[in-house]
Write a protein that binds this ligand. Structure first.
Ligand code: SAM
Length: 621
């Protein structure tokens, strides 16, 4: 593997040699890269030697010489893998890592994952490491595999077949094995990469304009996140209800009117209703709007149960000749014929429910049924079709899936109906938050939101995730329009050039670093930030003076450049008329780490890892 910094050091050594006829000293390297000490420079030299990019005969820096370039490959980093409790298998190609072919062998396709958790420490796999996986569907006893179990949960464990079942064995004596009758192997670990470099970089903190406070009390490790209507439908990057609630309780009061300008499936809106806030939600994805409405509309569960039983009766009686197949492009690619027939019967039976709110409620379970019975890999946000044997054998129990979701959803609604405050309203607007959506100026008491992490093309494709459901449940007049959603979201269309007037030094620095490697990616990042800046302006317009605007954001990596979105937002917002009062860092939900005696509010600590997200607290001047 060659990390960005290592590549820069290698480049420097090559250029220096070409110019001077001899290699640079450790001190030359230290000065060039503003490293804390000569030993850090030495660390890079030995890494380059280990990776085979520098000759190893003499361990003296002046004696280093570059060797012939080795055959390298770019391995996509597809997300995170739990070396602990299994987490939902989600693949979001975010960046790549360069390694030499020698390190992983000549054969096979590979991908990389970041490790979370400590269940494999006896195998030398630690939290924060990157593992390179060779794709394969079978593994030998004792190999360390990426295993997918249950409802699409992925974990990294040693695999053993015994007594007709599988044992997934952690390499940590304090943890128990997991036993399953079925395990899907997605590959075998062929290399572990320890990211010591980022630890070294962290030591060299610079004077930042803002301070991130690490506060573990925001983690809500192990807490239930699917209470009330929160669990009725999956949606990418949902708010942890506890985070939403705590922000609402801290920065607004009962009776206030709040707004979530990127409301997604409506988690913050559900919490608002539970603690007595009126709420506006805005989103540009029609499926999100549909879900947010269903999640925030209290319905008497007894009525739901009555309609549910009648609905199951009706479905049984619908004949094949009575159904209407939906008409959208590639339907036969994504669904088997008999699945289409069953879904169409279910949809017809739901559409026959007279009460529109109850109809929509069951459409939510139907939407999940569409996703789970389609030919897609359900753990991925992007649409990827299952292949070969798996596709052949794919025979989903459509009605069974629907029943499971509908019954779970009725239980969730029962809780929401009981706890939702009756005298408050929720209004959900289909709109673009970078524009005026009709909310009056200076009318909102608090804005709580979580914007996308980046442009939908290279981060989470909300539109793509929603497409098949949206096409089945008729949220578009023409279902074929469903494929256009992502282009309209923040950063959906790359900027034409890198010229801009945004006033953020952090953004400028990130764009310069990314553009050096890939100008098109830099234009994607700029486009996202241009859109975000317009959203900040609109937020400023609708918020009352002296009131709070909280954004939960991720600092993503693009081309190995960490983009400090939290600092960028703070800089942009201060130009618009906000003051940044706080930046709190929390461990992100699926990436919780066991930390004993966690300290809170460590002011001044700087964090640069993937496992965190920042809560930026702005106040209108
Ligand atoms: C991180 S998600 C929000 C998830 C939400 N907090 C939840 O719990 O479900 C970000 C949302 O921003 C929406 N979005 C992206 N660009 C937008 C824009 N310009 N205007 C309004 N919404 C937008 C996406 O459709 C997505 O639903």
């Amino acid at each position: 593997m060659l990390t960005k910094k290592q590549a820069q050091v290698l480049d420097f050594i090559k250029t220096y040699r070409a110019k001077h006829g001899y290699a640079p000293s450790l001190e030359d390297i230290r000065q060039k890269f503003k490293l804390a000490s000569g030993s850090t420079a030495h660390y890079y030299i030995s890494k380059l030697q280990d990776a085979g990019f520098l000759n190893k005969e003499h361990n003296q820096p002046r004696a280093v010489s570059t060797v012939e370039a080795k055959q390298t490959i770019e391995v996509p980093i597809l997300g995170a893998i739990a070396a602990g409790q299994p987490i939902e298998a989600i693949e979001i190609p975010d960046e790549t890592i360069t390694i030499t072919r020698d390190e992983i062998g000549k054969q096979g396709k590979h991908y990389a994952l970041r490790v979370q958790g400590s269940s494999m420490i006896d195998e030398g796999i630690f939290d924060g490491d990157i593992v390179i996986i060779r794709k394969q569907e079978v593994a030998e006893n004792g190999q360390t595999v990426v295993a997918v179990i249950d409802d699409n949960e992925a974990t990294l464990k040693k695999l053993y077949r015994e007594n007709g079942r599988f044992r997934l064995q952690p390499a940590n004596p304090t943890l128990f094995p997991i036993y399953r009758d079925e395990v899907e192997v997605r590959g075998v670990v062929v290399k572990i990469i320890r990211n010591l470099e980022s630890q070294l970089d962290q030591g060299q903190s610079r004077d930042e304009k803002y301070v991130r406070k690490i506060d573990y009390s925001w983690d809500y490790r192990g807490e239930k996140t699917k209470s009330h209507t929160h669990g009725i439908h999956t949606y990418p990057a949902m708010f942890i209800p506890q985070v939403g609630r705590r922000l609402l309780e801290t920065y607004s009061k009962e009776g206030d009117t709040i707004c979530d300008i990127f409301c997604g499936s409506g988690s913050a809106l559900v919490e608002s209703r539970l603690i007595g806030r009126n709420a506006y939600g805005i989103d540009l994805n029609p499926l999100a709007i549909f879900l947010a409405k269903a999640k925030t509309t209290p319905i008497n569960p007894q009525k739901l149960t009555r309609e549910y039983l009648a609905l199951l009766d009706r479905v049984e009686k619908i004949k094949d000749s009575e159904i209407q197949r939906p008409n959208f492009k590639n339907i036969d690619f994504w669904f088997k014929d008999k699945v289409i027939i069953k879904l169409a019967k279910l949809k017809k039976a739901i559409r026959e429910i007279e009460d529109k709110e109850i109809q929509n409620f069951f459409m939510v379970a139907f939407s999940e049924t569409v996703r789970y019975s389609s030919n897609t890999k359900t753990g991925e946000f992007k649409l990827v079709r299952v292949k070969g044997d798996k596709l052949e054998k794919h025979d989903p129990d459509v009605i069974g899936i629907f029943r499971k979701h509908a019954e779970k959803n009725i239980a969730g609604m029962t809780e929401f109906y009981k706890d939702a405050k009756k005298d408050f309203w929720t209004k959900i607007i289909y709109g673009d938050s970078s524009k005026d959506n009709g909310i009056k100026a200076n009318s909102i008491d608090c804005i709580i939101t979580s914007p996308p992490y980046g442009d939908s093309r290279t981060t989470v494709a909300y539109g793509q995730f929603s497409r098949l459901s949206a096409q089945w449940i008729d949220v578009f007049e023409d279902p074929n329009d469903a494929s256009g959603v992502d282009n309209n979201l923040l950063g959906g269309r790359a900027s034409k050039s890198l010229i801009h007037a945004l006033s953020s030094d952090y953004l400028k620095e990130s764009l310069e670093k990314i553009a050096k490697q890939d100008e098109a990616r830099a234009r994607d990042v700029l486009s996202f930030n241009l859109g975000l800046n317009e959203c900040l302006k609109q937020a400023h317009r609708i918020l009352k003076p002296k009131k709070y605007f909280c954004l939960v954001v991720g600092n993503r990596l693009v081309k190995q450049v960490r983009i400090p979105t939290d600092f960028i937002i703070a800089e942009l917002a201060e130009k618009i008329g906000f003051t940044c009062e706080d930046i709190i860092v929390r461990n992100i939900p699926s990436k919780r780490m066991p930390i004993k005696n966690s300290p809170t509010n460590i002011v001044g600590a700087l964090e640069e890892t993937m496992n965190k997200e920042s809560i930026v607290v702005l106040r209108k001047n």
